[in-house]
Design a protein around this ligand. Sequence first.
Ligand SMILES: C[S@@+](CC[C@H](N)C(=O)[O-])C[C@H]1O[C@@H](n2cnc3c(N)ncnc32)[C@H](O)[C@@H]1O
Length: 259
Amino acid sequence: MKYGTLYGVGVGPGAPDLLTLRAVETLKHAQVLALPRSSDYGASMAWKIIKPVIGEIDGQERLFLTFPMSKDPERLRAAWAVAFREIGERLEKGLSVAFATEGDPSLFSTFIYLQREANDRWPGIEVVVVPGVSSIAAVPAVTGIPLADGQERIAIIPANYGVDDLPEILAAFDTTILMKIGSEMPNILAAIEKEGLAEKTVYVSRATMPDQRIVRDVRQADKEYGDCFAMAIVSKKQRNGILAGDVKSSQKETVNDGA
Ligand SMILES: C[S@@+](CC[C@H](N)C(=O)[O-])C[C@H]1O[C@@H](n2cnc3c(N)ncnc32)[C@H](O)[C@@H]1O
């Protein structure tokens, strides 16, 4: 059977002008837009981002799919059963389906599961990933905090799966990004304060969206609870640039990697 192409399209962190040209082209030409949302009544963030750019397109279907914000496998399985059925019916008719995801489709995104299952469900199907501007690029941009320089190391943590090992992570990495904060902010704050890193931590919600909020005194973020689009960035380094420090002779040849 010849299936329609399945696209996973990253639509960026919030600001519609951070959609890539490729994302816009793909979204405009797909016959079906699959738009995830967290409840049957809630808005789809992906649709909110792309709507001002692509608007209504004649003949294009918008398929809203509900994926509850839950770790309960039963609830998730039920949601996925509907999503696979709805998407599958369209792919089997040869229609192209663009599944739009906030940020980048390869980082903590609903699309990852769809991508993994696609070939088993629809053998031989073409799956195309269109990368997007991730929140891990947007948050450094709006805060002015670079992610990493030279030999620095970065950790990315899904905080809602626990932060018991945060002290070890903070010790081992120069920059730590805490995503999916959920109800973990008090625990994150406690660990950060214990390590003496409160001054080096910034809380950001909804980066690049109209209601973006940046809390530079992170102790003031102790009451933050449940914003689906919030992260904290801990940046330990005081960067003076590579020219300020001593560089071992073996490293001198590789410091300018052209990146
Ligand atoms: C399910 S993950 C999706 C990540 C997305 N695929 C990406 O590339 O950014 C959702 C988490 O990403 C982070 N996030 C997404 N958009 C954000 C934004 N605009 N500002 C701050 N954090 C954001 C938050 O930590 C949120 O809990």
